[in-house]
Design a protein around this ligand. Structure first.
Ligand SMILES: [Zn+2]
Length: 217
């Protein structure tokens, strides 16, 4: 098993459970690489079960038993849209560390806090379907904001892509989910634009009228 949605874009996965947040965003459709995994209940449920197993493995917790109701589907898509919106904010402008007194509660999710024999505390999401995913996603966002990892989860700059990737560049300057695909496309576009801008200069009259030197007959 693996993070199937993220893997199809060959994006660098976020560490541990934060990859679940990235995985949710990457269920979206990208013309070049794949369909929307949340189009119907069956495909969404299959994705959710696989992602939950992968998440549980990454956190050393038991696999949750999940099933999805038709009504959950809309909630999953809404949650994806909210996370996308949060990731569209430039990394430097995102919240990090402790939240202050909330001025308005936008989302609620429930978790159990459990500790092991050594006193290590884990957050265990509650719920059996869409609610479980909401709990897990918000838990991971909280942990990432406290660990300083939240600003490294980004959306690809390529307008037709917008896949989520984890930026491990030293100065946090990564903008493409994959430099070989989206990075190359952008470079090609840029060089084409440069060429186009140079072309009118050649037509400005400085070129010889008969560059091949062929005499008119
Ligand atoms: Zn991309």
């Amino acid at each position: 098993m693996s993070w199937v949605a993220t893997e199809r874009f060959e994006a660098r996965p976020a560490p541990a459970g934060l990859a679940l947040v990235q995985e949710l965003v990457n269920t979206h459709a990208v013309e070049r690489d794949g369909l929307d995994l949340l189009t119907d209940r069956a495909s969404a449920e299959e994705w959710l079960r696989g992602a939950a197993r992968e998440w549980a493995r990454s956190r050393g917790l038991d696999f949750p038993e999940l099933s999805l109701l038709q009504a959950d589907l809309e909630a999953l898509r809404d949650l994806r849209a909210i996370v996308e919106e949060m990731l569209a904010v430039p990394a430097g402008d995102r919240p990090a560390g402790m939240a202050g007194t909330p001025v308005g509660v936008r989302q609620r999710a429930q978790v159990n806090l459990v500790s092991d024999d050594e006193g290590r505390v884990s957050m265990v999401p509650l719920g059996t379907g869409g609610g479980w995913l909401e709990s897990a996603v918000w838990s991971e966002i909280l942990l990432a904001q406290h660990a300083g990892e939240w600003s490294q989860l980004k959306l690809c700059r390529e307008p037709g892509c917008r896949s989520a990737f984890y930026d491990t560049s030293r100065n946090g300057s990564g903008v493409w989910h994959n430099v070989r695909t989206c990075g190359n496309m952008a470079n090609l576009r840029a060089s084409r634009t440069r060429r186009k801008m140079r072309t009118p200069a050649h037509d400005s009259g400085s070129e010889p009228a008969n560059p091949q030197g062929i005499s008119p007959s």
